[in-house]
Design a protein. Structure first.
Length: 120
C-alpha cells in the first residue's frame, strides 16, 4: 500500500471514529432526555421498545469504535490491509467498502461458508 493510500485510510478511519463517537454521545443524550413516566401501559411499552432499540444501536456504535481503534493500531504496527488469515494484501475496493476489515474477500467468504454450515 502506498503512503498516500495509507493516509487516505487513516483519515477515513479517524473521521469514522469521530462520527461514531458523536452518534454514541447523541444516543446517550436522547436516552437521558426521555426519562418520562407513562400512565398508559401501551405508551410505556412503546417507550421501552424504543429504548431497547436505542441500546442496540449504541452497542453497535461501541463495537464499531473498537474496530476502528484496532484498525488504527494495525496501521501503526504496519499490519493494516493485510489479511490476518492468509497474509495476503486486502484489495483496495474491499478496504474502501469496509475499512475496518481484517480479512480478504476469499477468507471472509470461507468464514461465512463455515458459519452457514455450523448454523444449519
Amino acid at each position: 500500500m502506498t503512503p498516500q493510500e495509507l493516509e487516505y485510510f487513516r483519515n477515513l478511519l479517524n473521521q469514522m471514529l469521530v462520527d461514531a463517537q458523536r452518534n454514541g454521545d447523541s444516543t446517550l443524550e436522547e436516552m437521558t432526555d426521555s426519562q418520562a413516566s407513562y400512565a398508559d401501559p401501551s405508551d410505556r411499552a412503546t417507550a421501552e421498545s424504543d429504548r431497547a432499540f436505542t441500546l442496540r444501536i449504541r452497542d453497535r456504535e461501541r463495537k464499531l469504535i473498537t474496530k476502528i481503534k484496532e484498525a488504527l493500531k494495525r496501521m501503526e504496527d504496519g499490519e493494516y490491509g493485510i489479511c490476518e488469515e492468509c497474509g495476503e494484501d486486502i484489495s483496495l475496493p474491499r478496504l474502501k467498502a469496509r475499512p475496518v476489515t481484517t480479512l480478504c474477500v476469499s477468507c471472509k467468504a470461507r468464514q461465512e461458508e463455515g458459519e452457514e454450515v455450523r448454523g444449519s
